[in-house]
Write a protein that binds this ligand. Structure first.
Ligand code: GLU
Length: 403
């Protein structure tokens, strides 16, 4: 979604959340847009850090490496982080970073140089109590490790809480690697109970960290995974796919469609396939006014950021399809990032079980609050989530006497 869409959306939703004009304007304005140009091997790459709002705590959000990264996109994503941390009630604000680069075209050495250059460009604005970065699209625990090292060199201090999503041996948290998917599972299980969904046939679009782990976790919990896909296409089997086999195929042959024992389908067909739960986990803007009316799923869990367009959202809402929005569905990642930050600050290391239990509590509690707001029947689940989040941000902002 472009930032213009974000601004329009806020205007539309403002009366429902009883926001004044001044409050809306504030929520439409990022605190700071930081820009730099990073030079690696003589090539220049535009880089951004947008600090959107810190009324509820230090800025928080990942850094993405992608050829399509732009100031506009990073700003929208920073806004979403502000909403996401409020939805899950984490004591953070929202930020996002990005570099316009195709990381697949860089050598490992260049990737490391780029990551260190990013920290050198922005480190004065970052820090454990100021703005805490994390992984996002195409950024990994290893990259977080390089960034931490560069930050510690520049500041001369040990500061593991500067960044989250680190490797375990550098102070990372257990469960962070599967946190986005696991958070989604907890949300989905609550929704399944509320809706009374009997048939648990799942189609998952995207087989990266989030999509693949989601397939694995849901299969373990007795769901039937009928379809999965990646950028090269998808596969379908009404009787259920063998997820572990498909992971092996993906790892060895690079595409899920290389799995021979299922029917091949396109990504578009996957969205309209015969399933009860649809989980877009890759690209944004894939559910549109063209396919929304043909979607058979009763529940859509948005593991990707922004997979549903505004028009599609309205169609789905009229059709009574329950859309569990990205700002809740994929907030497991930032929630375990918060746990990592707390562990680093307290010099603790929590067990896998403890992290999972805390994650479940956070996700279930956020779901329940939104459900209560949603059941008046006047708004979509997404709108209900936004209303609660915006109210929290505005209340914190008021305490700071800024408005
Ligand atoms: N990039 C992830 C997100 O969009 C995680 C952010 C974080 O852990 O701070 O939610």
């Amino acid at each position: 979604m472009t930032f213009t869409n974000v601004v329009q959306f806020l205007e539309k939703i403002a009366p429902l959340a009883n926001l004044s004009k001044k409050e809306v304007r504030l929520l439409q304005t990022p605190d700071k847009v930081l820009k730099a140009e990073l030079t690696v091997n003589g090539k220049k790459y535009p880089a951004y850090r947008v600090q959107f709002n810190n009324a509820r705590g230090p800025y928080k959000g990942g850094i993405r490496y992608h050829p399509e990264v732009s100031e506009d996109e990073v700003t929208s994503l920073a806004f979403w982080m502000t909403i996401k941390t409020a939805v899950t009630d984490l004591p953070f604000g929202g930020a996002k970073g990005g570099v316009t680069v195709d990381p697949k075209k860089l050598s490992k050495k260049e990737l490391e140089d780029l990551s260190r250059a990013y920290v050198r460009a922005f480190y004065k604005h970052l820090g454990p109590e100021t703005d805490i970065p994390a992984p996002d699209v195409y950024t990994t625990p290893e990259i977080m490790g390089w960034m931490l090292d560069e930050y510690q060199k520049l500041t001369g201090k040990k500061a593991p809480a500067f960044i989250t999503g680190k490797p375990l041996e550098l102070g990372g948290s257990k469960v962070r690697d599967i946190a986005t998917a696991l958070g989604g599972v907890y949300v989905l299980e609550e929704a399944v109970k509320k809706v009374g969904l009997k048939e648990k046939k799942v189609a998952i679009m995207g087989f990266g960290n989030a999509g693949m782990n989601m397939a694995k976790l849901l299969a373990e919990r007795g769901y039937t995974i009928v379809a999965v896909s990646d950028s090269k296409g998808g596969i379908y089997d009404a009787k259920g796919l063998d997820v572990n086999e498909i992971i092996k195929v993906k790892e060895t042959k690079g595409a899920v469609s290389e799995y021979a024992k299922a029917d091949k389908i396109s990504n578009e067909e996957l969205l309209e396939s015969d399933c009860s739960v649809l989980i877009p986990s890759a690209l944004s803007g894939v559910i549109t006014n063209k396919n929304a009316k043909n979607i058979k799923a009763k529940i859509i869990l948005e593991l990707a950021n922004g997979p549903t367009t505004r028009e599609a959202d309205e169609i789905l809402s009229t059709r009574k399809v329950l859309v569990l929005p990205d700002i809740l569905a994929n907030a497991g990642g930032v929630t375990v990032s918060y746990f990592e930050w707390v562990q680093n600050k307290k010099n603790e290391s929590w067990s896998e079980q403890e992290v999972k239990k805390k994650l479940q509590e956070k996700m279930v509690s956020a779901f329940q609050h939104i459900w209560k707001e949603f059941t008046d029947g006047k708004k979509s689940f997404r709108t209900a989530a936004y209303i609660l989040a915006l109210k929290k941000i505005v209340a914190a902002q008021k305490n700071k006497k800024r408005i």
